[in-house]
Design a protein around this ligand. Sequence first.
Ligand SMILES: [Zn+2]
Length: 154
Amino acid sequence: MKKDSATGQLKWDIRVSQELMTFYNSLKPRGPYFYKLKLADAEQCVSILANSYGVSCPKVVVNNSGVKRIRARAFYNKPSKTINMCTMNHIKTIFHEFYHHLEEVTNGIYRSGTAKASEHKYSHEFADIIYDDLRKKIKDAKPKSKVTSAVTVS
Ligand SMILES: [Zn+2]
């Protein structure tokens, strides 16, 4: 959530690049859990996002016990600017943690609030919105099928 410099209103700055679309599409052939990212996938995902937003790339580590200890899916450690993930995480969880990083490294531009609760809330919203936008852009980019789905009943 970013403050618009002209109006002072908070609004979303969602950046879905062609690279992110290509990355997401490359996950699909892997099976039913394509949207779950392993470490290398998560690293690639946050690298693409960091490029889009023009910020440093967060580190990513697998820390199953640490994540389990705080009963989360993943977490972002601010001092080390590191996303701690499980062996596999949903891509939305990585988006969520990336937003914490974005808030941390943009010197207040994305600072949605000092309260932890509101930061998590915005992270959740960010993850939902960027994921939906990503899928919509991919759907819109697909050439329209010439075959109609009409069923003839005789
Ligand atoms: Zn969070």
